[in-house]
Write a protein that binds this ligand. Sequence first.
Ligand SMILES: [Zn+2]
Length: 322
Amino acid sequence: MRTLLLFLLLLMSPVISAEAGETAEAVYPPIGVDMPLKQVSRHVYYVEGTPGVATDNEGFISNAAFVVTGAGVVVFDALGSPSLANALLAKIRSVTEEPVVRVIVSHYHADHIYGLQVFEDLGAEILAPAGAETYLASQNAKERLEERRFTLDPWVNETTRLVHPDRYLAEGTNFRLGDVDFIITMVGAAHSDGDLTLYVEPDRVLLSGDVIFEGRVPFLGDANTRHWLNVLERMEREQLVALVPGHGVANTDPNADIGLTRRYLAFLREQMGRAVEEFIPFSEAYESTDWSGFKDLPAFAEANRRNAYQVYLSMEAEALGN
Ligand SMILES: [Zn+2]
């Protein structure tokens, strides 16, 4: 009788017994570091890694956030090992039973992506910025994983894999899930080969990944400044409640930094846009622009000329209707 019951049970729940049970334990060695969950706003939670070198703190050096929408959970970034992501999943489960339906990756760097397989195995859709494919195809990505299998043993191991996203986003996009509206903004190759930010509209919370908004001139890379400026204007109008960065504590008063970035982008577009309209060559336009409002900011010397050139070229393309 007992054998029959066991047989029936096995027949009914092969997936549960094989996958959710022993395998998770075996594949994902438990972590020894603390991972307190912090609630940022009504829908948004995050865990905060301890900033440091990549192999400190069992690799828990970056942040990950999640948004509970009423119709599923959206995760933002996946931490630096499957074990850490598995611990994040337990945190999600402490708040909601809703399925994890989507993972949005701010950028493809090891400390933010090695946990992706946990969510891929749950069937979540993974979205990443265009540019991530460059990283995935690189020798650097392979070597980094090999290195972490050694330096983050046993949490990064032979079963840890590079997860390709289901979709690459070249353009910013909006979506709604449950009662939450999201705005994805492509920042382009700013901090990595491709970066994006996620704005949780009803909560007025920005999940910024490693794109920096801290009283300095940003690296625009190939950012779509028209789109980015629109989003920043909107955030400034609505006033952010918090900004959760890719590393370190959430900033609960980010509006001054957002305003500075918005003013900088607006200034670049105004100056370079006028030059394009008047057929003034770039270097002439650059030299004749009064940069005094920004030239004392950190990273001005490194970033400004390249930023201005990028904006000049993209506004030339915009003027041609592209
Ligand atoms: Zn990072």
